[in-house]
Ligand binder design. Structure first.
Ligand code: ACM
Length: 540
């Protein structure tokens, strides 16, 4: 199905004949419940065309948005004939219909001001006559962005959200804290950002090369910034899940408040990539500190889930600590390894008191998941399948399939080639629902998520390179009918129109043929991994 080069492909399209021509007299009407979608469409289309798009509550509006309670909340019908008629199950469906309409109007409809040559009018804008019925395959269509390793300035983050919304993605998991930086202002603990939001320098390329760049790096979002981000995302039907990673990946917090650390002596915000051995002391002091942090986090983020991370916790410091051993014994744990999930569960209970569920990376399941947790299965599918068997909600984001910081092709042309080869076709072929998931499992597979770690993505330009067009492919996997999956058809829509849409939005994606010269990083060492070989080794 290549109709109109829409990405993600809608569930069904029936084409009419010819085009409807829209011009500066276009009016816009909406049922009251769909006013946010009307406002967004009026702004987006008004910006690109220069039209005023006068509101017209009457049925005679050129573009009308109508509520149809028979449809699911995210579903819509879009009919273009003598007028544009959108029927939506709810505000989200109306918003997705508006996105589809902009895609139908051509790449220029995604610009932020009219781009017709001087002295020429862009009117009229032809819209192909068509009848589209559409709804998503999964309710959770996510992307995780790591703003801890490299800070994403707020204006770029808003743009990132806008481009996600164009793809009908609806969850942004924001990785806000890590060993290398703390990016969220916490009023009670100002040193988290005074000290924790910047580092002296960073590894250049893989940390294994031992090369550093001698450049200070930092930045953080104020609470007002994050409220703006959340509201901006909400207008686009995107939920922002904040992640405060514990009890590992916490060196920036420990640099700011050394009493939180399990090791001896102060540390600095980590300048190296990799997994720091510096972890939290699982003390009452740490618990109280993080409860206070979370009290501020929940005030900023209305998301039903708050992520506590919980990934990659080295045990070395706890194993060397009498305090940790005593604590484990007091809690009746067989050894200090149990402190990992115990600590996360304590904070999860605090979130529960705030009416929020906890999202965690899947390895926390090795020691017991918090009640009602959402499990992000990154170490493959297995952690997710186990969680489904045990009645948990799950989001699939396996590293060997959906890590968009991983290299997009084999060879040395890829900038800082790290991880597994993860081509455009490979992500397009990703299937969120593994065959061995029994529908009778009590847990729910909510959807899937592409993860964008930024050790080697030191600017929004590098993030766009890693994300697109793979995130366009991922969006189609999450949204469209699996029976219609067709890589050649996707590629035709991508090269026929969608890349031009990304161009119009200013997204510096990776060209299908390979990186532009300025997108390469000659001489910066990566760390290539080979999934097949690792699997063979693991298998024996
Ligand atoms: C992860 O990749 N450490 C979740």
């Amino acid at each position: 199905m290549t109709a109109h080069h829409l990405v993600p492909a809608p569930w069904s399209v029936q084409d009419g004949c010819g085009v409807l021509e829209l011009d500066g007299a276009t009016t816009l009407g909406a049922d009251r419940e769909l006013n946010t979608a009307r406002r967004w469409l009026s702004r987006a289309l008004g910006a690109a065309t220069g039209w005023d798009l006068m509101p017209d509550p009457a049925a005679s509006a050129t573009i009308s948005l109508r509520l149809d309670p028979e449809l699911d909340a995210e579903a819509y019908r879009l009919d273009v004939d003598t007028a544009v008629v959108i029927q939506a199950g709810g505000p989200a469906g109306a918003f997705y219909a508006a996105q589809t309409l902009l895609q139908l109007m051509g790449p220029a409809a995604l610009r932020q001001a009219p781009a017709a040559a001087a002295g020429r009018s862009a009117d009229p804008w032809p819209v192909p006559r068509t009848s589209i019925q559409d709804r998503p395959r999964f309710g959770y269509r996510g992307a995780m962005l790591d703003v801890a390793r490299h800070f994403m300035p707020k204006d770029n983050l808003l743009r990132f959200i806008e481009v996600m919304a164009m793809h009908k993605l609806n969850v942004l998991h924001l990785h806000l804290t890590d060993d290398q930086g703390w990016r969220i202002q916490i009023n009670r603990y100002p040193k988290l950002t005074e000290t924790g939001a910047w580092r002296r320098e960073s590894s250049r390329g893989s940390w294994r090369a031992g090369v550093f760049d001698s450049l200070p790096h930092g930045g953080f979002y104020t609470q007002a910034d994050l409220r703006e981000v959340v509201a901006f995302a909400a207008e686009r039907h995107i939920t922002v899940i904040p992640e405060v990673d514990v009890p590992g990946h916490s060196q920036a917090a420990i640099a700011a408040y050394p009493e939180l650390g399990a090791g001896a002596g102060p540390v600095e915000v980590w300048t190296r990539w990799g997994i720091s051995g510096t972890v939290l002391e699982t003390s009452d002091t740490s618990l109280e500190f993080y409860r206070n942090v979370l009290d501020e986090v929940v005030e900023i983020f209305p998301s039903p889930w708050i992520s506590l991370g919980g990934d990659e916790v080295p045990l070395t410091q706890w194993q060397a600590s009498d305090r940790a051993k005593t604590k484990a014994a007091e809690l009746g744990l067989p050894d200090v390894a149990g402190l990992h999930s115990w600590f996360v569960r304590q904070l999860a209970m605090h979130l529960e008191r705030h009416g929020r569920a906890t999202s965690v990376w899947d390895e926390i399941g090795d020691g017991g998941l918090p009640d009602g947790a959402l499990v992000a299965s990154w170490r493959g599918y297995e952690g997710g399948i186990e969680a489904l068997k045990n009645g948990y909600d799950v989001v699939m984001c396996p590293e060997h399939k959906l890590y968009l910081d991983h290299r997009q092709a084999d060879g040395d042309a890829e900038p800082v080639p790290v991880g597994f080869v993860t081509t455009l076709q490979a992500v397009y072929d990703f299937e969120p629902l593994p065959e061995n998931v029994d529908p009778a499992f009590p847990g729910r597979l909510l959807g899937a998520q592409a993860n964008i770690w930024t050790e080697h993505l030191d600017s929004p330009r590098r993030v766009h390179y890693a994300a697109y067009p793979r995130l366009s492919a991922v969006a189609e996997v999450f949204w469209s009918r699996p029976e219609h999956r067709d890589y050649d058809g996707f590629l035709a829509r991508l090269t026929g129109a969608h890349l031009m849409r990304l161009d119009a939005m200013g997204v510096e994606y990776r060209p299908v043929s390979g990186p532009n010269p300025w997108q390469q990083r000659p001489g910066v060492e990566g760390w290539k991994r080979d999934y097949d070989a690792e699997q063979r080794t693991a298998a024996g």
